[in-house]
Every structure is written in C-alpha cells, then in structure tokens.
Design a protein around this ligand. Structure first.
Ligand SMILES: Nc1nc2c(c(=O)[nH]1)N[C@H]1C(S)=C(S)[C@@H](COP(=O)(O)OP(=O)(O)OC[C@H]3O[C@@H](n4cnc5c(=O)[nH]c(N)nc54)[C@H](O)[C@@H]3O)O[C@H]1N2
Ligand SMILES: Nc1nc2c(c(=O)[nH]1)N[C@H]1C(S)=C(S)[C@@H](COP(=O)(O)OP(=O)(O)OC[C@H]3O[C@@H](n4cnc5c(=O)[nH]c(N)nc54)[C@H](O)[C@@H]3O)O[C@H]1N2
Ligand code: SF4
Ligand SMILES: [Mo]
Length: 679
C-alpha cells in the first residue's frame, strides 16, 4: 500500500495504491483536499497501467517511408544528441526548443528548465501552462505582486458569505471540490456562477448569470459601478492597502447596468442583484477559471474581477479574497521552477540580474551563459521550422496537436521541423508525428512533488516498478545532458533534485527552501512561500501584498471585446471546454476502458437547432475562419441560443479555435470565436 495522489488535475486528491498481482488498485485516502473522495477519472487512473497502448521501447520514424522501428535507449539518445548538436552548430543554440507540461513534477519541470538553459543553451522553452492559467498569473502578479492560484486553502470557501465563480465548472472539472459549495450553502452562504452554459456547477448557484462568451470583463465593470454608486466600497481598506482606485472608479462610472446588458446579454436586473448580494456580504470570495481567463483579454478580465474583490476590501481578509482555480496537476509548480520562457526557479524572472546570479551559482555556471527570455508557448510553436525559428522541438508532457489553438496550422509547423522528439507514455497524436518517441514512466511508477491549486506542495510516492524498457523523464534529461557534455551536475534521483530546487528557489517569491519530503509526508503538504525555518504559508496577504510598498494595485482595464466578432457568415459564438470523464487532450483518459469515450459533440440550443435543421444525435458541421469539424449535435436548453460548445478532448475543436493572444499573458482565445453551424 502506497499513499500518493491522483495523476490528473490540480486538486491532487490523495489516494492509496495497492498491488493486486500485476494490477494496481486505487483506494480512498483521507487527505485534506478531497477527504477520501475521488472523481471518476481518479478511481480509474490505474487503468492505463495495464493498457496495451503503453509504449515500452524507444521508436524512430523514417521520414521518407513513415515507418517506425524500435531502437535501444543508447541508439535513440545518441541520435537525438547528435542531431541537437548539429543543429546548434549550424544555426545557433536557439535552433533547439523545448516544450514542457503542467503535469510534470516540480523536479522534472526544474530539470527541464535547467536542461534547456545549461545543456542546450537555448532561450526557446515554454510549456502548456500558458494555455491554462497564465492570464490569472499575469493578473495576480500585477495586482498582488505574486501569483499563487489560491492564496488560501480551498476549504476556506465554506466559511465565506458569497462565492462568485467566474467561468469555472468545478463540479465537473474538480468534482470533490463541489462539496465546499454545498457546505457553504448549508452554512447560509450564497453561490454565484457566471457561465454561458448552465452546468452542474451552475445548478448549485443561488444566482446564475449567463453572459455572451468574452463579456465577463464589462460585467465586472458594471458590478463595480453599482458598488461604488451604493457607497459599498471599503474606503479604509482602499486607502490603507491599495493604490490606483481613482482611475478605476472613473472608468467604471460609464458602465450602467443597461449598458452591461447590451454588451453581455445579462439582464440589468441580474447585474443589480449580484451587486446587492456583494454589497451586503461581509466576506466575498471571487474565483476565476478558464471560462474567464482563456481570452485575448483574459488578463484584463481577471484584473476587472480582482478590482471588485479589492474594492470590497476582501484580499487578505479571512475566508474572503480572490483566487484562480488552476488546472493541471502541477499547473502551479510547473510555472515556478523554470520551464516558462521568462522564469528561473523560485518564480524568479530571467531578466533580473540578481536572479540570474543566484541561479547560476546553484547550477555552477557563469550567469552570462544563461540565455534570456524566449517565446511564449503559441509563439514558439508558430515559429517552428520558419527561417528564424527553432529547427527541433523536444516535447515532455503535452499533446500539442490536439490542445493548441488553430491546431491545423501548428501541425504544419511541426511538419517543417528537422527533428521532433516526444517523450510520452502512449502514442499520442503528437507522438505519432515525431521522429523519435521516448517511452516514459507514469505517475505510479515514480516519486516527485507537485504543487496543487492552493500552493500546497504534495508528494507522489512510487507505488510500483516501471514496465521493462521505460525510463523516467529525469533519466532522459540526464542521458541527453551528459551526451551533450553539459556543465553542472545531472542527478536522476528526485530527492536530490528537490534539494537543488530548494536551494535555487531560496529567497525567490516561490521559496521552497524550508520544504522537505519528510515535512510534506508529516504535514499533509506544505504551502509556499516556505523559507527555511518557516511553517509555510496557507494564507497570504493578511499583512502585506508582495509589491515593495506592501500594497495591492488596482489596474484600470477597458473592454475591447473578443478578437473575432460574429459576422453574417459566422453569426455564432463558439466556446470550448471539458466534460467530467475525459482529461485534456484525452491521451491518457481515452485509453482507459472504464471511462466513457463517446467522442466529440456539438452542444446547441433547441432554437438554434430548429433554425439550422439539426436533430439530436445527428451530425452537424461547425465552421470558423480556420477550419471545420463534424460531430453529433447535443441539443440542450442549458446553453445560450447564440453560442455553441465543443469539448476539446478529441481532435477537432482546436481546428476551429482562434490563436489571438492576450498581450501580457500570451494566452490564446480558446473560449470564444465566431462560428457557423449547419446540419
Ligand atoms: N474532467 C476534467 N477535469 C479537468 C480537466 C479536464 O480536462 N477534464 N482539466 C484540468 C485543467 S488543466 C483545467 S485548466 C481545469 C479547467 O477547469 P474549468 O475552467 O472549470 O473548465 P472549462 O470547461 O475549460 O471551462 C469552464 C467553463 O467556462 C465556461 N465558459 C466558456 N466561455 C466562457 C466565458 O466567456 N465566460 C465565462 N464566464 N465562462 C465561459 C464553459 O462553458 C465552461 O463551463 O480543469 C481541470 N480538471
Ligand atoms: N479548445 C481548447 N483547447 C485547450 C483548452 C480549452 O479549454 N479549450 N485548455 C487548454 C489547457 S487549460 C490545457 S492545460 C492544455 C492541456 O493540453 P495538453 O498539453 O495536450 O495536456 P494533456 O492532454 O494532459 O497532455 C499531456 C501529455 O503528456 C503525457 N504525459 C503525462 N504525464 C507525463 C510525464 O510525466 N512525462 C511525459 N513525458 N509525458 C507525460 C500524456 O500522456 C499526454 O500525452 O490544453 C489547452 N487547450
Ligand atoms: S478531482 Fe482531479 S485530482 Fe481529484 S480524482 Fe478527479 S482528476 Fe484526480
Ligand atoms: Mo489547464
């Protein structure tokens, strides 16, 4: 019996794994985040272990015939290292690029960032977290001076008075978390859900608002307008703990509820109802998720809601504040330790000379040898194989041809590479396009830390040995670094790497130096920042925010609207998202036979279905300026009649999505574009 955590989402539910012959069995374990509960994906997570689809030998593909052949590990790693070296000699270090993932452990994310900067000397590294909570990260950094998804434990929301969920369907995306909403309501609190679709989360709401996709920003401006007009803003808090309110106050003055109604489709009376609910509450918690964040104005949208929370005086107050519900298992830690294009370990910025000097010392390299800032995830992929772009890409932990926006274009970029290497457990759609595929261990077969949505660092313990032929990502990184003659040391033992990560993070914003594997085991996880000697920090901002003056910033934002407005040819809004039983690109969950895999569908309202002649279950075609897909219609009254929804777990949705990027986070506009539907 081994105590560990689920391989999937950012809740990182605790579970116990036990061996039943060759099989692995999941059983419940009491852990604060899930109290023994697991969702359907968690219960069936061990199913992939027995799957015949697990890769167990490195594979090399012949570019001309397209045929795969098995290779030994030495052959595969020698081949990759020699090609990387040749590309570097011919085109410079930035010819080689790395793409990481928010599902990787902290140890892997740290080592991958170090590998890119030290062994490859490239600035070209980024990861799929850009597509996840980067807009909230950017907003948190601007407003609070730090980015930790939830600055308080998730269970705190049970004690708030009003919890506002902007673009989160947590009842399906983190089901055990929904109990906090139920308990909040039992305690007499209220839940507000804002979503163009009435989801199982929306069904738990006391107040449900159904805006046009991409209009959460004006909704927030309208709410703040009403709060200010009613004298409900906390003037003392604003004066003592913040700067910048006057500009925001001036700009929200224009947002009358009737104007909000015109832009967002939410009735003025509902905007008033929400403002009244907030004005009369002592404790308000505003939470955003991908529905609000995955927009070309995602950062501004989060800032607008953050302004509401700040104006009410909530951040730093007990059982209140603002938080982002992160997404991937290690979405949080994955961006703290160096796989993001602009960051070094400890949430240090790569263009900060002091940060570079600190990390260079830990790595035993010259600070000047650490490259500068690279391209963001989508920009990196968009540049692949172009004259000035990278010629090779190493992918660890992402299935980009399914999950990148404007995916047909990205597939064509991958095809122009000289070398594509994918490390994965299965032959994902992206691995199938690679020159070399490296089979890796999965969660139950390895040990390492993850940082959940609360900033709680948890430990996954190895429960079973890996199948023959499979290696840990850390072994692959070391194997390549040694072949490339890299400076520094390249241990493969997670505990040793974690100690190095602690030193590298010391003094940074995400300081892990006081966290040890033993403490994590003894204390059910440890919250960062945790300098040596500290107990850790479950709740942030009680005294100060992280800006030098200790104050939070109001940032004035304006509504520009989605990058692509509907036209006569594309009269509808398309939005995308998730269903309970599948995870992300589906690479793992579509291979688990105990999970239903019904394929993609197109959710549309009966009024729209009538107009286009669609029948429930029959195929419809969705078109956008970038492509089209065909899938069965799912006719539901829970969606806005001007909006269609497609889940992205199956190939298709991202042939449609818009690659317009947020100016500061570089988040693509996954959540809204113009579309047409026909039967
Ligand atoms: N079952 C399951 N759970 C998961 C995952 C998974 O793939 N499957 N992935 C994990 C990851 S990485 C993430 S990031 C999280 C994501 O968790 P969520 O953010 O909860 O998931 P989504 O379904 O992407 O989006 C949430 C809701 O946003 C709504 N929405 C769409 N457009 C808009 C808009 O413009 N405004 C507003 N207010 N809402 C809008 C959608 O209708 C949807 O119901 O889930 C995690 N958990
Ligand atoms: N249209 C649309 N597109 C979206 C979104 C959306 O809402 N709408 N959401 C976006 C979001 S929030 C996210 S997070 C992304 C996620 O999209 P992806 O980045 O594609 O995420 P996964 O499907 O989890 O892919 C992880 C891959 O890595 C493999 N893997 C898992 N663990 C490991 C490991 O430890 N090592 C290695 N080497 N491989 C591993 C898995 O088998 C899988 O193939 O999608 C984004 N794309
Ligand atoms: S909610 Fe997330 S962490 Fe918990 S069992 Fe489900 S997928 Fe796993
Ligand atoms: Mo995500």
């Amino acid at each position: 019996m081994t105590d560990t955590h689920c391989p999937y989402c950012s809740l990182q539910c605790g579970m116990t794994l036990s061996r039943k012959g060759p099989r692995l069995e999941v059983s419940e374990r009491s852990f604060p985040v899930n109290e023994g509960a697991l969702c359907r994906k968690g219960w069936t997570a061990a199913g992939l272990r027995g799957s015949r689809e697990r890769l167990t030998t490195p594979m090399v593909r012949d570019r001309v015939t397209g045929e795969w052949s098995a290779a030994t590990w030495d052959e595969a790693l020698d081949l990759i290292a020699s090609r990387l070296e040749a590309l570097r000699d011919e085109h410079g270090a930035d010819a080689n690029a790395v793409f990481g993932g928010g599902g990787l452990t902290n140890e892997k994310a740290y080592q991958l960032g170090k590998f890119a900067r030290v062994a490859l000397g490239t600035s070209q590294i980024d990861y799929n977290g850009r597509w996840c909570m980067s807009s909230a990260a950017s907003a948190g950094n601007q407003a609070f001076g730090v980015d930790r998804g939830l600055p308080f434990p998730l269970a705190d929301i049970e004690q708030t008075d009003v919890c506002v969920l902007v673009g989160s369907n947590l009842a399906e995306t983190m089901p055990p978390a929904a109990r906090h909403l139920d308990r909040l309501r039992e305690n007499g609190g209220k839940v507000v859900v804002i979503d163009p679709r009435l989801t199982p989360t929306g069904e738990r709401a006391d107040l449900f608002l159904q805006p046009v996709p991409g209009t959460d920003l004006p909704l927030a401006l309208g709410v703040l307008h009403l709060l200010d007009a009613a004298g409900a803003v906390d003037e003392d808090y604003i004066a003592e703990r913040t700067t910048g309110f006057e500009d925001v106050r001036r700009s929200v003055a224009a947002w009358w509820p009737e104007m909000v109604e015109r832009v967002s489709g939410v009735e003025a009376s509902q905007v008033r109802e929400l403002a009244a609910l907030l004005a009369n509450a002592e404790k308000v918690t505003v939470l955003t998720a991908r529905g609000a964040e995955q927009h070309a104005q995602g950062t501004a949208t989060v800032l607008a809601w953050l302004n509401v929370a700040l104006a009410l005086g909530m951040p730093g107050k007990a059982y209140a504040g603002y938080g982002c519900l992160t997404g991937q298992g290690n979405g949080q830690g994955g961006r703290e330790h160096g796989q993001k294009a602009d960051q070094l370990p400890g949430y240090r910025m790569i263009d900060d000379p002091a940060a570079r000097a600190h990390v260079a010392k830990v790595w035993g390299v010259d600070a000047a040898s650490i490259p500068g800032k690279g391209r963001s995830a989508y920009e990196l992929l968009d540049a692949l194989g172009t004259p000035k772009g990278p010629k090779s890409l190493l992918v660890f932990g992402s299935n980009i041809v399914v999950s990148a926006p404007n995916a047909t274009h990205i597939a064509s970029r991958l095809a122009d590479l000289d070398l594509l290497v994918v490390a994965d457990m299965v032959m994902s759609e992206t691995a199938a396009l690679a020159d070399v595929v490296l089979p890796v261990t999965q969660w139950a077969e390895e040990t390492g830390t993850m940082t959940n949505l609360e900033g709680r660092v948890i430990l996954r313990n190895q429960a079973i040995s890996a199948p023959d032929g499979v290696k840990n990502d850390l072994d692959i990184i070391t194997g390549l670094a040694t072949r490339l003659g890299a400076a520094s040391t390249w241990p493969t033992d997670p505990a040793t790497i974690f100690d190095e990560l602690r030193a590298a993070s010391q003094g940074g914003k995400a300081d892990y130096s006081g966290i040890t594997y033993d403490r994590i085991r003894d204390e059910d996880g440890v919250f960062w920042p945790c300098p040596e000697g500290s107990e850790g920090t479950p709740r942030m901002f009680a005294e100060d925010f992280f800006h030098a003056d200790g104050r939070a910033r109001f940032i004035d934002v304006a509504h520009r609207g989605p990058a692509e407005a509907p036209t006569a040819d594309y009269p509808l809004h398309l939005t995308t998202g998730r269903v309970l039983a599948q995870y992300q690109s589906g690479a793992q969950t579509r291979r688990i036979k105990d999970l239903p895999d019904d394929g993609a569908f197109v959710e549309l309202h009966p009024l729209l279905a009538d107009r286009v002649g669609a029948h429930d279950g029959d195929p419809v075609v969705v078109r956008t300026p970038r492509g089209e897909m065909k899938a069965p219609a799912r006719i539901v009254t829970t969606i806005r009649p001007d909006t269609v929804f497609v889940p992205f777990h199956w190939v298709g949705a991202n042939k449609l999505t818009n690659d317009a990027l947020d100016p500061s986070s570089r988040m693509p506009e996954f959540k809204v574009c113009a579309a047409a539907v026909s039967a």
